[in-house]
Design a protein around this ligand. Structure first.
Ligand SMILES: Nc1ncnc2c1ncn2[C@@H]1O[C@H](COP(=O)(O)OP(=O)(O)OP(=O)(O)O)[C@@H](O)[C@H]1O
Ligand SMILES: [Mg+2]
Length: 377
């Protein structure tokens, strides 16, 4: 395709670099990046071999034509106005700064480029030099990465959905129970106790809302809600929550945290969910062994700036053939179990940069150990 030249009537000065065997011309020829020189009217003066390859135009197709030829709309329409404003006011939006924009090849296809623009003054006239790199591959790689992360999250979400439904069931069941209690207290006219029960209902509803919020964040590809939190605060929050859960049996929790632990930067709701799931499992196992021995929750600082948590029970333990399946979604040995507790715990811990493992307890029972990176000064 050869376009008619659109040089204005009073021909402006031109840079004739490609006609001279100067160092600049040699550089232009050897450059891997496309280099395009335009005058102050936007007319193409230079178009090096790399530009010819990148855009699919021959030299004669473009010399003297408006550079908007190489841009898709709406950039093409805006460019003349932009140049005029720059010539009149000196207000530059792109000179000296690289930026990612879209370009158009001769065949009409559009591709992303990295464009940096410099200004050259010669013979009383201003020219602009554009250096252009085709970044299609870089952008494709970036998009692929984003798509993959999203897909991975979605499939984890699929796995998690039933687990989250199960998590939601806990506060909802508690709310129903408390509401029934509230009705009885109202009939008795016991307003003091009623107040407390209403508080508990509100707390459980907040918890349900937090679980939903967490799931929504997950789907939206947003970052987790990170807070700086003390280990003791995390653990005591979970213990308090379990004490509210009146349906639970009498198995005490024994927290043993080393003093002066550094704080963590974590999503508090998620990490409390991990602790809660592990402690509930430990209680189930203790009960299955017909015992009422306390469940221990240990936290200490390990080399590598890791805070290590152990949830330890003296319950029924894990049989050798079950050990490899513990973290498989839907693996459960409980009549009312969903088998989602441990896989969810592991995915949360890993998303925080930590690890979660099972170890047999040498004294009988189980240890579930996870690490989280500590916030060091
Ligand atoms: N502390 C423990 N001691 C012994 N076995 C355990 C312990 N924790 C987990 N397990 C075993 O691992 C299985 C899977 O645990 P997981 O928490 O994933 O699911 P679940 O507790 O069965 O159901 P839920 O979805 O309600 O948590 C349990 O059914 C149990 O057999
Ligand atoms: Mg469980």
């Amino acid at each position: 395709m050869t376009l008619p030249p659109s040089t204005p009537a009073s021909a402006p000065p031109r840079l004739h670099l490609h006609e001279k065997p100067t160092r600049f011309a040699a550089l232009m020829d050897a450059a891997v990046d496309a280099i395009i020189v335009i005058d102050q009217h936007g007319l193409i003066q230079e178009f090096n071999p790399a530009a010819q390859r990148m855009f699919g135009y021959g030299l004669d197709d473009v010399l003297g034509h408006n550079v908007s030829l190489l841009m898709p709309s709406p950039y093409a329409g805006d460019h003349d106005a932009y140049l005029q404003r720059y010539n009149a006011t000196g207000e530059a939006r792109i000179i000296g700064i690289g930026r990612e924009v879209q370009a158009r090849r001769q065949d009409g296809s559009v591709f992303p480029i990295d464009l940096s623009v410099g200004e050259v003054k010669e013979a009383g006239a201003t020219f602009f030099v554009g250096i252009i790199r085709d970044i299609s591959e870089r952008q494709e790689a970036r998009e692929l990465r984003q798509r993959l992360t999203h897909v991975t999250r979605l499939s984890t979400l699929g796995e998690m959905a039933s687990g989250i439904a199960h998590e939601m069931n806990q506060p909802l069941t508690a709310i129903v129970t408390y509401a029934q209690a509230a009705r009885r207290l109202q009939e008795k006219g016991d307003t003091a106790e009623l107040d407390q029960v209403l508080d508990k209902i509100a707390k459980q509803a907040e918890r349900a809302a937090a679980i939903i919020r967490q799931m929504r964040n997950f789907v939206r590809r947003q970052d987790r809600e990170q807070q700086v939190v003390q280990v003791a605060e995390l653990v005591h929050g979970v213990i308090q929550f379990l004490q509210m859960d009146t349906g639970r049996r009498n198995i005490p929790i024994d927290p043993r945290m080393v003093d002066d632990l550094p704080p963590l930067i974590v999503d508090t709701v998620q990490i409390q969910q991990v602790l809660l799931n592990l402690v509930l499992n430990a209680m189930d196992a203790t009960e299955a062994a017909g015992s009422q021995q306390a469940v221990q929750v240990l936290a200490r600082l390990e080399p590598g700036d890791q805070v290590q948590f152990d949830v330890i029970d003296r319950g029924c333990g894990v049989s050798a053939d079950h050990e490899s399946q513990l973290f498989t979604p839907f693996f459960t040995t409980k009549a009312a179990g969903m088998g989602m507790g441990l896989p969810i715990c592991r995915s949360i811990v890993q998303a925080h940069g930590g690890q979660l493992h099972y170890l047999p307890n040498p004294d009988g029972g189980s240890i579930f150990r996870f690490t989280l990176p500590a916030m060091m000064e």
